[in-house]
Design a protein around this ligand. Structure first.
Ligand code: GLU
Length: 500
């Protein structure tokens, strides 16, 4: 495959938000362009007016940027072969459709929707293959003129040769041959003057100098039509690379919305890092020459090659994505992790927006305590909520007591801890550890018997970062009232117990 002047395009239809299948296509496009010093073009295929979703283009652009996939030509970037919205190129498609008619390779079809519907029904009843019956293929020039002059609605259809075959080529699958008898005379220009996908795609890929078309496997069935169009125009087709489909996590068929998140924005909102999603998508349809699993975008550019794209369907496993996410979260600096976590905390009302520098600095200080513990950025509120809230809800007595503690004993322990900690100004981890261990000895109890109720008293949870780190990060001002609160909870429990 020639690699000079690589120009690839990602050509989403704004009929919905960018989904992970599209993101993978864009990633592979981008990698090939960056690897070869070529160009990555973003083209918006907005010719289906019925299924147009108003903010889809914005979502597609935002999602690509979030993933780190910048485009060299397209919306916002400009370029010499624009416009890059197909809806702004209608005159171009009309010109080429007319050119096909003039060359005898396409024809006007005046069949009404009613006639087509009737035809379809008859075919179904007779058990015949469906497809246009070529009713208008042989209309005389005069008949066509008359109908056009009378303002009859028309579409333009491609004249598929009645016999013979078309051979197509896919870079990964090699040659495939399609019998013309299996193709009908497909529409290239619709009655509203908009092109069909086939015409627009071929015309644009040619005019935009696209060298490689990378897209999902579901488009292979369109390939013979595209090759017929290239041949009819006398153009050389680009190289085609069709990516394997995603299998659902349950192994039952194709991945779809009913299997959970499929939109890139959903993954972002759930707290996945773009680094993790990119790494995950890289390996969902491509395999490296080594057993390396972790790839930054730069490393992916280095390693990527079209030849190593898989053709067999790939399993979509969220466990793997979670695994990547944990790894990338742990690789972030404390400052960077705090930066990425901040929007989640702001959304949950735990930090103000904008976040004042002192509060941000405090957040950074908390990161080493929780970095190992979070899998998703959205776990952050649970992980640091009790640090950021002034107060916490009174913990449940059962949690404070644990398995063995009695109300009297734990009340006494916590009250004593509160007294001791109110008498020290030094809230360093070292001093806290020394003080609390000494206290346990003095009370003649095991360290754990003292640590667990303290942990629950100040956090409301039993699983937390190390106790001394935790107390040091919370600070005396939050620790003392929480200990008092826990003592009060237990006293209340004791009284209720006594009165029953
Ligand atoms: N607009 C088509 C899509 O959304 C593009 C297919 C292609 O890349 O040719 O999938």
């Amino acid at each position: 495959m020639s690699m000079d002047a690589v120009r690839v395009r990602f050509a989403p239809s704004p009929t919905g938000y960018l989904h992970i299948g599209g993101a993978r296509t864009a990633l592979y496009d981008w990698l090939l362009a960056r690897k070869t010093g070529g160009q990555f073009i973003l083209r918006i295929e907005d010719t289906d007016r019925n299924r147009y979703v108003a903010d889809a283009v914005q979502d597609i652009k935002d999602s690509l940027r979030w993933l780190g996939l910048d485009w060299d030509e397209g919306p916002d970037a400009g370029g010499e072969v624009g416009p890059y919205f197909q809806s702004e190129r209608l005159n171009i498609y009309q010109k080429y459709a007319t050119q096909l008619v003039e060359a005898g390779k396409a024809y006007y079809c005046f069949c009404t929707p009613e006639r087509l519907e009737e035809m379809r029904k008859k075919q179904e009843q007779a058990g015949e293959p469906s497809g246009y019956d070529r009713h208008c293929r042989e209309l005389s020039a005069e008949e066509v003129e008359k109908k056009l002059a009378a303002g009859q609605k028309y579409v333009i259809r491609f004249k598929v040769p009645l016999t013979g075959k078309t051979q197509v080529h896919d870079e990964l699958r090699g040659e495939m041959v399609f019998d013309h008898q299996t193709l009908d005379d497909f529409v290239v220009l619709k009655s509203d003057g908009f092109p069909t996908y086939h015409l627009a795609s071929v015309v644009d890929d040619h005019l935009m100098g696209i060298s490689h078309v990378i897209r999902g496997e579901e488009w292979i069935i369109s390939l013979p039509r595209h090759f017929l169009l290239y041949a009819a125009f006398g153009w050389t087709p680009p190289a085609f690379v069709h990516l394997p489909i995603f299998l659902a996590p349950d192994g039952k068929g194709k991945l779809s919305k009913r299997h959970g998140a499929t939109g890139v924005h959903e993954f972002k909102e759930k707290g996945y890092l773009p680094e993790a999603l990119v790494n995950f998508l890289l390996l969902l349809g491509w395999h490296p020459a080594t057993d390396q699993e972790l790839f930054t975008l730069d490393q992916a550019v280095e390693a990527f090659s079209v030849e190593r794209i898989n053709t067999s369907p790939v399993n979509f496993s969220l466990d793997k994505l979670d695994w990547f996410n944990g790894i990338y979260i742990r690789q972030l600096s404390h400052e960077e992790l705090a930066k990425r976590a901040l929007p989640f905390l702001q959304k949950d009302g735990l930090l103000p927006d904008p976040c004042p520098p002192e509060q941000f600095a405090y957040l950074v200080r908390l990161m080493p305590l929780v970095q190992e513990r979070i899998k998703l950025l959205s776990d952050i509120s649970d992980a640091v909520g009790y640090f950021l809230r002034e107060e916490i809800d009174p913990p449940a007595p059962e949690l404070l007591l644990g398995k063995k503690g009695t109300v009297e004993q734990v009340t006494a322990i916590l009250a004593k801890v509160e007294t001791v900690l109110s008498q020290t100004a030094d809230f360093s981890e070292e001093n806290l550890e020394r003080t609390l261990r000494a206290l346990a000895e003095e009370l003649q109890i095991k360290a754990g018997q003292l640590f667990m109720p303290v942990r629950v008293a100040v956090t409301g949870q039993t699983a937390t970062p190390g106790l001394f780190q935790l107390l040091a990060a919370l600070g005396q001002k939050k620790v003392l009232p929480r200990l008092k609160q826990a003592v009060a909870v237990l006293q209340q429990t004791g009284m209720e117990g006594a009165s029953t």
